[in-house]
Design a protein around this ligand. Structure first.
Ligand code: GUN
Length: 293
């Protein structure tokens, strides 16, 4: 028997339905949530993600500003854009799509964003709140999406062992903090590229999250029978059987479905949840800003 599907598409649409009500409420106060997205350079995958964020804004009635900058732009020009968006009272959320070109300091750019508009949740103020165990700041979208998908699917987490493969600023690290926080109460191991005997570490997990960007790294032998497996990976792999010459692959081999109790698909798992959480953070920022006026 195959694992049950952690259906991010369906979960995200139930979140969107709730957001539509909140957006309607805001409209009575003359407020339209507004997200500004900055993308630098021409990485095709990043453009796909950004376009999908902008399309979701449109569908929900969230205003969006899409700023596309060439890869050879100087860091000072990017700084000017961020400062301008910080000062613009009509903007509730600012996102700089990662990765930035090599010559830019991504963390320094994130530090510039007004923490109340930091809908990515990457500013040290928001990450610091997460370290303190406070879930009232902006929580990074992919980690928050993973948690909400598990909760929506009815997976019991309290006291269970979680292994997170990957310690990135965007997913692995904040997800580990979120999982370990009071009220969620997972016991978390953070594994990474230097972890010895990764397969053995993974085999201990009741909840296994793969966020390393290595296509189909996690094999069925690595997974405890009945474990819940979340695949955060979105990798392009060459495949001559596809017309376009490539296909999308997660970080988990699909045959893990034979061992796991739940598995998130790629695509249609974590991806839609990341976008739903971005929309939720934007709406929340608009609500907070309008209640402080
Ligand atoms: N690149 C990949 N995922 C993300 C994300 O969640 N936010 C931003 N800003 N860039 C990303």
């Amino acid at each position: 028997m195959g694992a049950q599907r952690l259906d991010g598409k369906q979960c995200a649409s139930s979140i969107e339905a709730n957001l539509l009500l909140r957006i309607e409420q805001l409209s009575h106060q003359g407020v339209v949530p507004h997200l500004a997205v900055i993308i630098v350079g021409d990485d095709p995958a990043s453009h796909v993600y950004v376009n999908s964020k902008i399309a979701t804004c449109k569908r929900l009635g969230i205003q969006s500003t899409h700023i596309e900058l060439p890869s050879n732009i100087g860091q000072n020009d990017l700084i000017k854009h961020v400062i301008q968006l910080n000062e613009d009272e009509s903007v509730h959320g600012i996102l700089i799509q990662s990765p930035l070109p090599q010559h830019m300091d991504e963390e320094a750019m994130t530090d510039l964003i007004d923490p109340t508009k930091d809908v990515d949740g990457f500013h040290p103020t928001n990450l610091g709140r997460l370290v303190q165990g406070r879930l009232d700041g902006m929580i990074p979208c992919t980690p928050h999406g993973v948690l909400r998908l598990l909760e929506w699917s009815g997976v019991q987490l309290r006291g269970k062992k979680a292994v997170v493969i990957g310690r990135s600023r965007i997913v692995g690290m904040p997800l580990s903090l979120l999982f370990a926080s009071r009220g969620i109460d997972l016991t978390v191991t953070v594994a990474h590229s230097r972890t010895e005997d990764l397969a053995k570490v993974c085999a201990e997990a009741d909840v296994l999250v793969a966020a390393v960007g290595i296509p189909e790294l996690v094999q069925p032998q690595w997974v405890k029978s009945g474990a819940v497996v979340v695949d955060v990976g979105i990798n392009r792999v060459e495949d001559s059987t596809h017309e376009r010459g490539w296909r999308l692959a997660g970080d988990v081999n699909p045959s893990v479905s034979e061992v796991a109790s739940w598995l998130s698909p790629v695509p249609g798992g974590v991806g839609p949840m990341t976008i739903a959480m971005l929309m939720e953070n934007t709406v929340r920022s608009a609500e907070l800003m309008s209640s402080n006026e």
